[in-house]
Design a protein around this ligand. Structure first.
Ligand SMILES: CC(C)(COP(=O)(O)OP(=O)(O)OC[C@H]1O[C@@H](n2cnc3c(N)ncnc32)[C@H](O)[C@@H]1OP(=O)(O)O)[C@@H](O)C(=O)NCCC(=O)NCCS
Length: 170
């Protein structure tokens, strides 16, 4: 049986090792890491999946900022990485973790502007994320525009740059 617990219940080193196994050790070079560089994950939106006390999945969410070309700053929550132990993938654990984070975001009032970088075939199909409003967004590194996804009533529509939300640690 899988139980979803706050990520603070798990050793930080165990989380890092799982992320290495799911994404490879070069993961720190990814654009997603640069967007939230220097930010701590938001504890109330970050979870671990345990199976008989063994860590089999994690999700972390981060405070980021959209610096709009029109002068408007919009705080967003970056969702992910979602990582599932390779041997346990495709068994619903990723979905459980995503739903835990999304439900928590609704409960805590953090769901107005969510974004992530990921496959629309997964995050669109199961959770409703789309690239409709991200066409003019810029990020600090390479990204396939179709994988720059967002969801929520306050997601900005125009041009602007994504980066860490330095002034407002969650
Ligand atoms: C992507 C990931 C988090 C999904 O978690 P999971 O527990 O394996 O997936 P789930 O069991 O929740 O969902 C399975 C369903 O999603 C589909 N799916 C999984 N990954 C997919 C992808 N990248 N694109 C499209 N569909 C995908 C499966 O085909 C399956 O569909 P089905 O139910 O119709 O058979 C996990 O596979 C993983 O850790 N991958 C490596 C790291 C990664 O790429 N993370 C995402 C980027 S942030």
């Amino acid at each position: 049986m899988i139980s979803i617990v706050p990520i603070s219940d798990v050793e930080p080193q165990a989380v890092e090792h799982l992320l290495d196994r799911a994404f490879g050790t070069g993961r720190h070079e990814r654009t997603a890491y640069r967007i939230r560089e220097g930010m701590p994950a938001i504890p109330r939106l970050s979870f671990a999946a345990l199976e008989k006390d063994a860590l089999v999945g994690t999700i972390q969410c981060w405070p980021i900022l959209f610096d709009g070309d029109d002068g408007r700053d919009v705080p967003l929550v970056m969702v992910g990485p979602v990582a599932v132990e390779p041997a346990r993938q495709r068994d619903g654990i990723g979905r459980d973790l995503m739903l835990s984070a999304l439900n928590a975001a609704v409960a805590t009032g953090d769901a107005a502007a969510l974004m992530l970088i990921g496959d629309p075939e997964y995050y669109g199909r199961f959770f409703g994320f789309t690239a409709d409003r991200t066409t003019e967004w810029r990020v600090p590194g390479p990204v396939e525009q179709r994988r720059l996804l967002a969801m929520g009533d306050s997601v900005p529509n125009g041009g602007g740059m994504l980066g860490p939300r330095i002034a407002a640690l969650a």
